[in-house]
Design a protein around this ligand. Sequence first.
Ligand code: NAP
Length: 256
Amino acid sequence: MDSWAGIPGAFRALTKPLPEPWEAIFGPLRSGRTDDMLVVAQLGQSLDGRVATETGHSHYINGPEALAHLHRLRALVDAVVIGIGTALADDPQLTVRRVAGPQPARVVIDARGRLSASARLLAADGVRRLVVTATGARPPLPPDIEVIALPRSDGHIAPPAILGALAERGLRRVLIEGGADTVSRFLAARCLDRLHLMVAPIILGSGRTGFSLPPIARVDEAILTPMRMHRLGDDVLFDCDLSAQREPVGVAKKST
Ligand SMILES: NC(=O)c1ccc[n+]([C@@H]2O[C@H](COP(=O)([O-])OP(=O)(O)OC[C@H]3O[C@@H](n4cnc5c(N)ncnc54)[C@H](OP(=O)(O)O)[C@@H]3O)[C@@H](O)[C@H]2O)c1
């Protein structure tokens, strides 16, 4: 898959469809149906639905094409969001390195102030870095980090409040990159427009599972998601459309 270089610019211009194969994969991420935000989550998992081993090791469940896809997603959004669990386990850089494209703002949800000031995603490289924390917490962070303090209830900051705070700061196209706990919270709060679930042809047999949502009693209460599939190397991308259940979080679309 070459011919990527001009895609991030064309994607944002919104003037005409992207050349294939990019329109089929990334076209649905250009604008949301519900409001002026577009929120996409990604998760890479094994055939048996595991996102990491028992020890938290997840590098790399997915193959090189899938990793390039993740970097392409980063290049297309304004901000990449992870939970503190991933920041501590992986110390990720969250930069666009495997493909050409602009760098998104990097956001960590860290309600209890556990992030180290030496975390790689806080590196001062000219890119905005934001930490979402609970009101009253005083994380010991460098002064150039933007701190977003939001109310926490039962250990939980409401995902719509997080997205609203990002939108206020001009970050309206957002990638929730993981881990499973963070993605599950945004899914449960009906804050996702799309989910990119990347399934690798491996069986871990044990380890951390993907989504964890409040229990339902009947199968017909499950989230229904129209879906497209794309083959990326040995992996399969399930592009799930969650727009029918997405709650408004940004400025509502005007009816025409
Ligand atoms: N396969 C993949 O695609 C993938 C992607 C990313 C990470 N991973 C793996 O997943 C593991 C980490 O994932 P994880 O699910 O354990 O953790 P995580 O989702 O990265 O972080 C979860 C933590 O973030 C904080 N948090 C997230 N949303 C919050 C909210 N709305 N309000 C308040 N706090 C919130 C909470 O921290 P507190 O507990 O401090 O309150 C929560 O316990 C690692 O092993 C990593 O390698 C896999």
